[in-house]
Design a protein around this ligand. Structure first.
Ligand code: ADP
Ligand code: MG
Length: 639
């Protein structure tokens, strides 16, 4: 590309030859011509055909050709490409930077939540769909962008769906803006219906046949079944890499360990999930020697977002973590659920990219037939409270990048004289779990280390203790290792906190602390927590279990075993609700019933609540408060 005056490296030409073999290259001219003549272009292509890595580069080339004089210095524009997953945005942008022979963060960059790796030089930016939505809030016309590529539209994430709606409007006010919508083959027809009359380019894939094998009986434990299938493949099948689909970090790490302990050096086992450190993410692409079989154990990310070459065998237990929303309880949860037939076929397809392959489905043919044809779009499975706020804010500058509950907690925290502490807790709640709990021998040591941070009044305060200790120990990674604390999570908490501080000062929200020796230090913090999360409380019933307390419906819940409380308090506020084998509330802190009456009297107007012990307790608190108000009123009159 002309704008980069340096001579290209040998590696550049080496990769270029490979790139030219990707199916989208056959359609390069057709695509560029269509983009020139139209404001919107739809592009549908099999996963792995080169959509994500190549099309944005084609677009960039076109933009540069039309604006020959605008070098990186004088430019005031960007090409943006959205990804539903942050890992994909990071990994793909790195790959594209390498393909273009530039440093990541310069001409090619990425922006994901809480991490911006782009600069004034950036002309091609990969970003999560959530980030673009956020940018649209600050600038509804997305003035910096010349072309926006919405990738993985078939995933139908909430943010992509909102962007599709929003951009349809924006394009009318900005005739100079162009939109490319890219999708894998599944669900493509829906987009064509949504954008009537828009040209559609189809990139046929080069898929080799994939043999599909089902189990005869349903598997009782899909994790064990997946592991033994991998071992069986390794023992009895010809060379070729293996891709295993599991549902989450813990399961994946567990499986990786077990496979390594069985097969040792004969294989190279690589995990892939969203919270994996970037350096590890790149490992999935490292080539292995012919004699070593690569085994990738991944979440859904590898279903369509990332394409790894050389996969010949796919192991599909048939599950993924999916967001579900229960409108009655207003609870949104991540639940391990059966995938759809479309997903299962997509997964199988990953085995036939380079040569004929095999897909081992760890379920029966009958169960496959019973699966939903396609997954429901996220918008049909979500709590729309945030979305509604998002939409309300579109066009309004300076939005808070936070949940309403957290935002409320931060805003009111100065009233409780503890905004510094609430900032730290918010930061800790925004990053992955900081406690590492290995299986096996080290588990006891890990639990002991954790208990040294435990605060008897609750997990939020425990998180605050960890955060303070991390700072006191100079953010030392060895210290983290010793204490079984996730160093990366802590570093991101520090950076999230810095960002939150900036936002607070923009809104002129005071930063203050109660003073550590103050008697009310923890009480104030707990009150501020409750002021934000007042809709997420549970009451201990006489039967010994907790009931969530809401105006429509209550649910029996259990304290998650990870909690730090040394007793079962009458009232708790919780951060999340998790469905696993039982209904758990996780990250819980002890609060007092009378505080509910103080911080959220508008919500706790009890008339609407179903009859329950909790309601009777709160009614007493209201009565008490009324009495004491009357008493002080009398005293005042007597004076
Ligand atoms: P699509 O978006 O159509 O699914 P991609 O553009 O993601 O296709 O992938 C095209 C090719 O680029 C694939 O062969 C893939 O293996 C390769 N590729 C993508 N990212 C990397 C990477 N980080 N390292 C090496 N190869 C990569
Ligand atoms: Mg892609």
């Amino acid at each position: 590309m002309d704008m980069m005056k340096k001579a290209y490296s040998a590696r550049y030409f080496e990769i270029l030859e490979k790139r030219k073999n990707l199916p989208v290259w056959v359609h390069k001219e057709e695509f560029l011509q269509t983009l020139k003549e139209n404001q919107i272009v739809l592009l549908v292509g099999e996963t792995g055909s080169g959509k994500t890595t190549q099309i944005p580069q084609f677009v960039l080339e076109a933009v540069l050709n039309e604006n020959p004089s605008s070098g990186p210095k004088g430019k005031k524009w960007l090409v943006g490409c959205t990804q539903p997953r942050r890992v994909a945005a990071m990994s793909v942008s790195r790959r594209v930077a390498e393909e273009m022979d530039v440093e990541i963060g310069e001409e090619v960059g990425y922006t994901v939540r809480f991490e911006d790796c782009s600069s004034s030089k950036t002309v091609l930016k990969y970003l999560t769909d959530g980030m673009l939505l956020r940018e649209a809030m600050a600038d509804p016309l997305l003035g910096r962008y010349k072309v926006i590529v919405l990738d993985e539209a078939h995933e139908r994430t909430l943010a992509t769906d909102l962007l599709l709606g929003l951009l349809k409007q924006t394009l009318i006010s900005r005739p100079d803006l162009k939109l490319v919508v890219m999708s894998a083959t599944l669900e493509a027809d829906k987009f064509h219906k949504y954008f009537i009359g828009v040209p559609l380019i189809k990139v046929p894939g080069r898929l080799h046949p994939v043999e599909i094998l089902y189990t005869r009986e349903p598997e009782r434990d899909y994790l064990e079944a997946a592991i033994s299938t991998v071992i069986q493949i390794h023992m009895s099948e010809p060379p070729g890499d293996v891709l295993v689909f599991l549902t989450g970090e813990e399961e994946i790490e567990d499986a990786c360990r077990k496979i390594v302990s069985k097969l040792g050096d004969q294989v190279k086992v690589v995990p892939l999930y969203s919270t994996l450190p970037p350096a590890m993410q790149q490992k999935i692409f490292d080539p292995t020697p012919q004699t070593v079989r690569k085994i990738i154990v991944s979440t859904n990310i590898a279903e369509t977002s990332l394409t790894i070459d050389g996969i010949v065998y796919v192991v599909d237990p048939g599950f993924s973590k999916q967001k579900l929303y229960h409108p009655d309880t207003r609870v949104e949860s991540l639940l391990v659920s059966p995938i759809s037939q479309a997903s299962a076929d997509q997964r199988a397809g990953r085995a036939g990219r380079t040569q004929p392959g095999k897909c081992f489905r760890l379920y029966t043919q009958k169960s496959f037939n019973e699966l939903e044809k396609q997954s429901y779009a996220e918008i049909l499975r979500s709590n729309l409270a945030n979305t509604v706020l998002t939409l309300k804010r579109l066009g309004v500058k300076n939005l808070f990048p936070l949940d309403p509950q957290m935002a409320k907690m931060l805003i009111v925290s100065p009233q409780f004289n503890c905004s510094n502490e609430i900032l730290s807790i918010s930061a800790m709640l925004s990053v992955p779990n900081c406690f590492i709990r290995p299986r096996g021998e080290a588990q006891k040591a890990a639990d002991e280390a954790k208990s040294s941070f435990a605060h008897i009044d609750g997990d939020h305060l425990t998180l605050l203790n960890v955060f303070h200790a991390f700072l006191q120990n100079n953010q030392d990674s060895d210290w983290c290792y010793e204490k079984f604390i996730n160093y990366r999570a802590m570093k991101s908490a520090v950076s999230v906190r810095e960002q939150l501080v900036r936002i607070m000062s923009r809104f002129q929200i005071k930063l203050c602390s109660p003073g550590f020796n103050s008697r009310d230090y923890y009480v104030n913090i707990r009150k501020a927590l409750l002021a934000g999360y007042f809709m997420q409380v549970a009451h201990l019933e006489r039967t010994g279990h907790y009931l969530t307390f809401r105006d429509k419906d209550d649910q029996v819940v259990h304290l998650h075993p990870s909690n730090c409380l040394d007793h079962k308090p009458e009232w708790v506020v919780y951060n999340e609700y998790v469905f696993t084998s039982r209904n758990f509330i996780r990250t819980v802190t002890h609060i007092r019933g009378e505080w509910l009456v103080d911080v959220a009297p508008h919500y706790y107007k009890l008339a609407n609540f179903p009859n329950s012990e909790a309601k009777r307790v709160l009614q007493k608190h209201y009565k008490k408060r009324k009495l004491s108000e009357e008493r002080s009123c009398k005293l005042y009159l007597l004076r």
